[in-house]
Design a protein around this ligand. Structure first.
Ligand code: SAM
Length: 291
């Protein structure tokens, strides 16, 4: 079992490769990786606790790779050379309240992204005790015109913590199974970052607060720290855009007469237009070009 450092690491895996979104304790991965030693499994979960727990449970499984991260970002920027044969999402958070609907995973753009990252004959299984969620995910898939499938009650046993919990409480388990169809168009919002060079910097003009960026994105400046020598400024920030959240420490560093502004290596960010806009806005602030 290996842990994948993405987006830098583009691991090539032998087909077939299957993906589990939100593996929790890793119960399902443990079972299927044993049953199907010829299949390579990739699991993505955004919770560090889940990664730790599953890592222990899956020790010694050569055909399992674990990824810590948001599946949206992973499918956009991680393991670009892999196309998945099957995708499983078992008991994803249904976010039942209307005001939280935007947090649900299987919206039409997510289905388009899945289309891009799966093999021609792929299928996707979404499993939940919440029928409204299964219907919602299924209708969204069909609305894209690039998936077809069915909804049914499932008697399969996936053996996960949440399945056990809901069955114990007497609930029924439903699944939406989707197959690829037609053509889908989804573009990954990638740009190459331009690193701003500045002539002068006034750290006091970089203020904490929320700043709108183009196309509905936001920059939120949380903290500004200046080194004792005054040649480095660290800016803790969050950049949020439609499906992505970048948690970044920006570093302003002086070399000779020039200051460079770049995201630090240990930050979690992706090279998108919104991140570029954040860099440009921060450099304007640092040079005192904003009001
Ligand atoms: C309700 S639990 C289900 C866990 C497991 N599949 C089971 O059946 O027991 C949902 C899991 O999905 C993960 N998750 C939620 N949103 C995610 C996202 N956007 N990307 C990756 N993982 C996510 C959570 O961290 C959690 O481990």
């Amino acid at each position: 079992m290996a842990y994948i450092h993405w987006p830098d690491e583009d691991v090539e895996l032998k087909d077939p490769v299957e993906l589990e979104i939100g593996f929790g304790r890793g119960d399902f991965l443990k079972r299927v990786s044993e049953l199907n030693p010829h299949v390579n499994y990739v699991g993505v979960d955004k919770s560090w606790e889940s990664v730790k727990r599953a890592y222990r449970r899956l020790r010694g499984r050569e055909n399992v790779r674990l990824v810590w991260g948001d599946v949206w970002a992973f499918l956009m920027f991680g393991m670009r050379s892999v196309r998945f044969h099957r995708v499983f999402s078992l008991f994803p958070d249904p976010w039942p309240k209307r005001k939280h609907e935007h947090r649900r995973m299987f919206n039409p753009d997510f289905w388009r992204l899945l289309y891009l990252r799966t093999k021609e004959d792929a299928h996707v299984s979404v499993v939940s005790d919440e029928m409204f969620f299964i219907r919602w995910a299924y209708d969204n898939a069909l609305s894209t015109g690039c998936w077809w499938g069915y909804v049914s009650e499932t008697k399969n046993r996936f053996g996960t913590k949440y399945e056990e919990k809901w069955l114990r409480e007497g609930k029924r388990v439903h699944q939406a199974v989707l197959f690829k169809d037609g053509k889908c168009d989804f573009r990954i919002p990638e740009t190459v970052l331009r690193i701003p060079k500045l002539k002068s910097v006034n750290p006091e003009s970089i203020r904490r607060g929320d700043y709108p960026l183009p196309e509905g994105a936001y920059l939120s400046v949380k903290e500004v720290v200046v080194s004792r020598e005054g040649d480095t400024v660290l800016i803790k920030a969050v950049v949020s855009e439609r499906y992505l959240l970048h948690k970044v420490w920006f570093v302003l560093h002086r070399r000779g007469d020039v200051w460079y502004l770049r995201p630090s290596d240990f930050s979690k960010y992706f090279p998108t237009k919104a991140l570029q806009s954040a860099l440009d806005l921060l450099s304007d602030m640092a040079e005192g070009r904003t009001t």
